[in-house]
Unconditional design. Sequence first.
Length: 362
Amino acid sequence: MPRDGSNMVATDDTLYITIGGECIALDAQTGKRRISVKAPQGRDVGWLSANNKQLLTTTVKNSSNYEADSGEWYDGVGAADVQRVVSDALVSHDSVTGKKQWAYQGGAVMNSTITIAEDIIYFVESRNAKLSQSPNSRIAPAELTSQHLVALNRVSGEKLWEKPVDFSKCENMLYLIHAEGTLVASGSDRNKKYHIYAYDVSSPALRFGTENPEIPELWRKNATGSGSKGDANRQNHHGGHLQHPLVVGQTLYSDWRAFDLRSGDRKNITVPERRGCGNMAASNHSMFYRHHSQTIWDLDTGEKTTLQGSRTGCWLGMIPAQGLMLVPESSGGCSCLSEHITIQTSAAWIPNLSLKKPKKNR
């Protein structure tokens, strides 16, 4: 997941899932197959997204995807362990009929960076010509040279702009995240030091294509990885170097730090202690994470609530959506289970709505 992406995505009424060279759409209520989209011969379907009656997929060389039963250990930092899955094409389809709408082919698109914000698709690609000779689409970060930040029109596939960048310090992984007209790239190096780059993409002119656009860099930070404030476990425990950033309002959370999204100024917010494996998720008012057990952090009050007895898996396992907090079971078989974590089940949590009713005016 940190170096590629999921093979499933859901909309209100459809589940899209990729299996090898095919992406199928299943009716969410009946499981009936609706459409099928196939990659060209010699290619598998890689990253995917579905929204606004549009299905976006990428193509990768056969047998490039990471699979849980193939012995990969995501925590490794060796050259073979940190290889990223890259795509050689980004394809748009009508999500109802499966009809192809447009295709983009440029450099090697890093799947972990593909980000959609309104009607713009952002990603980082490498234009190292030698990558085409690779036997598969898993590429070591050191080979992902000649990097460019690219923006496409989501509807037409037209390239709006591109900007040469150098994110080579982000060796373990590379993520993009967009909010409030700000595009942030982040990742960590082999010493678990995080590198964060923020760009201003709020100009309306960037939506219409510019030959030599000005994409101002707002700020950049080099920050020591997890393990401050006496919590050495965060730095040394697996997953501490793979944390995905989050944005809530005007605050960017990266690992255990909080920054102002636009200025990069460090905020006086104490992010709770947590184990390195497992990523944090957020809603507008709460953060959801794992510290041994599932935990909820109220961003307004600072209060923490522990759901003792159950835990999530080692990636994104607590999903806030539609007023619920959803926790699909993903810890079964994990060697980290202890006598304190005994409940292996999926659960849906609802907020406590036992608030006092306002008094009527007399």
